[in-house]
Write a protein that binds this ligand. Structure first.
Ligand SMILES: Cc1cc2nc3c(=O)[nH]c(=O)nc-3n(C[C@H](O)[C@H](O)[C@H](O)COP(=O)(O)OP(=O)(O)OC[C@H]3O[C@@H](n4cnc5c(N)ncnc54)[C@H](O)[C@@H]3O)c2cc1C
Length: 502
């Protein structure tokens, strides 16, 4: 069981002591911001950090053990302030988030930005390729790339990961950017794909994907996750997924080496969910590798389940039964689903509210390990599950946290994940909650497990990923505005702190 604080426990805590934590973190990040790395992302400069915030924070939070005076309501003027979760972020991150959320939540700025991003992501013109055009690369790298991506090479990626872990994240979910998003015409061509006509090209695609993914596993540390997209393995992989064939011998051998390396390094693998055209194939492959690498108690391989699909409850139930019969833990990353614009609309819940309800109910069923709707009824045992609650939805994250806080759940292997550059206010609150629990229980591994999902690759390789993030921010305007407002409030708080006004 991963203890966390119930909302009432949070209110009972003496915030003035937590505020000490906030000040400690902020001051170390101010120095951090001053020491910003050449590519300008202060969060990546943990090696230059004067004092690791984790230990500083734990020391500060230890004072939380001081007796609480529950019955006494402090006078308004002396009432301790709730700490700002965003205080754990360096100033450069806050300002960059403010910039991207301002663009994303402004119809005036978003239209032209989206048009430019779409052109860059799909253009074959070398002048519009950030990997060939120095000025374009510089501009993107300092702004949108820095906000959403981990780095272009090992040094940059490691700095980003170290920075996040120093802030208090349990770890990272690391992905390699290369991916293929199919157009309708390309989907039709997959049915008539002729492998014999392009053997050399196929071998090259598999090799590039395998090398990139193996390198990603090497960049991750024990306890981290690596996310991978089968679509990145090239046209033959896509065609086999589309036809629901198992992977070719060359690709199967590449996937095996990735799984074996992950097992040897204590890294877990999240197989991403993609477009409907290939998702049934992805499910088949994922289950085959779960059967091979997951132990009866814990998952190495996780599948991704998209809550926005009407069929997901049934598919997840089938997979749970397969796990029970096969004697392995089912690894589940729960998402709402990112292909609203391209997946067939009739397969998706009719309203956002239906998707929300399905997502929350599935999370609850998995955390309780009960065959409750939308899972299909079953009178047999519920297999062991390892779960990643991957969401930027504050209500869903809080619900899952509240369930965990009851201390009565049968599922204990639960992580939370948000994408880098998105919903930082939620991620940082998870980190803060974990730190409080760790201090209370005097265990550095206690509390909610917060992870950030990072994508790495050259600026050009990351363009399609960046475009998807832009679409997602546009589609979730209300959430983007909340993030922007949280960033504005954080900037105001820091300015006031400088003038001693807090
Ligand atoms: C760590 C992590 C990993 C991810 N991995 C994947 C992955 O492998 N595959 C993938 O597909 N996505 C993935 N996603 C993206 C995810 O699917 C969502 O697009 C994104 O997180 C937004 O959903 P949300 O839970 O944050 O909540 P919200 O922002 O509250 O919900 C937005 C989502 O609700 C759904 N929705 C919106 N409008 C409607 C409507 N009218 N009717 C029905 N449903 C609607 C859509 O799914 C939309 O994305 C991942 C997200 C995270 C954080």
């Amino acid at each position: 069981m991963l203890p966390t604080l119930t909302p009432s426990a949070r209110h009972a805590l003496p915030w003035c002591n937590i505020a000490a934590l906030t000040v400690a973190s902020t001051s170390s990040f101010s120095s951090l911001a001053n020491n910003a790395a050449p590519h300008g992302r202060a969060i990546h400069t943990s090696k230059q950090r004067p004092s690791p915030p984790m230990s500083a924070t734990l020391d500060a939070v230890t004072t939380v053990q001081a007796p609480v005076q529950p019955a006494q309501e402090p006078m308004a003027s002396s009432r301790p302030k709730k700490p700002s979760a965003l205080s754990v972020l360096p100033l450069t991150s806050v300002l960059r988030s403010l910039m991207t959320t301002t663009v994303s939540s402004s119809p005036l700025l978003l239209g032209p930005s989206m048009a430019i991003m779409t052109a860059l992501a799909h253009s074959t013109n070398p002048l519009l390729n950030p990997d060939r055009n120095f000025f374009l690369r510089f501009l993107l790298k300092k702004t949108f790339y820095a906000q959403f991506c981990a780095g272009e090479n090992e040094r940059e990626v490691r700095q980003t990961i170290d920075g996040l872990k120093a802030v208090g994240f349990r770890g990272v979910i690391l992905g390699y950017a290369k991916e293929v998003v199919l157009k309708d015409k390309e989907k039709k061509n997959l049915a008539s794909f002729d492998a014999s006509a392009r053997q050399e090209a196929t071998a090259k695609e598999i090799r590039a994907w395998a090398e990139g993914t193996l390198e990603t596993v090497r960049l991750a540390a024990a306890g981290d996750f690596v996310a991978l997209k089968f679509s990145g393995a090239g046209l033959e992989a896509l065609s086999d997924l589309f036809k629901q064939n198992m992977p070719s011998p060359a690709l199967a051998s590449a996937i095996d080496s990735i799984c074996q390396l992950a097992v040897s390094r204590g890294v877990r693998l999240l197989f991403d969910a993609e477009q409907q055209a290939v998702q049934a194939g992805i499910d088949d492959w994922t289950m085959a590798y779960m059967r091979k690498y997951n132990t009866p108690k814990q998952a190495v391989v996780y599948g991704t389940y998209q809550g926005y699909l009407k069929a997901t409850g049934t598919i997840l139930s089938e997979h749970l039964r397969m796990a029970r019969e096969g004697g392995f833990a089912l690894g589940i990353k729960l998402v709402r689903g990112a292909y609203l614009g391209s997946d067939p609309r009739h397969l998706i819940h009719d309203t956002k509210e239906d998707t929300d309800a399905a997502y929350d109910a599935m999370t609850e069923a998995l955390l309780r390990r009960q065959w409750m709707a939308p899972l299909t009824p079953d009178s047999g045992a519920f297999p062991a599950v390892s779960v990643v609650v991957a969401s930027h939805n504050a209500a869903s994250v809080e619900r899952a946290q509240a369930l965990l806080a009851t201390g009565t759940l049968k599922t204990t292997d639960v992580a939370f994940g948000q994408l880098q550059g998105m919903a930082d206010e939620i991620s940082c609150q998870l980190v803060l909650d974990a730190k409080i629990t760790q201090a209370k229980e005097q265990r550095p591994d206690a509390g909610v497990q917060a992870y950030k999902y990072l994508v790495w690759g050259s600026t050009g390789e990351c363009m399609k990923y960046l475009l998807r993030r832009a679409h997602e921010n546009r589609d979730a305007v209300q959430r983007t505005r909340s993030s922007r407002d949280a960033m504005v409030a954080e900037v105001v708080r820091r300015v006031k702190a400088v003038f001693g006004l807090t």
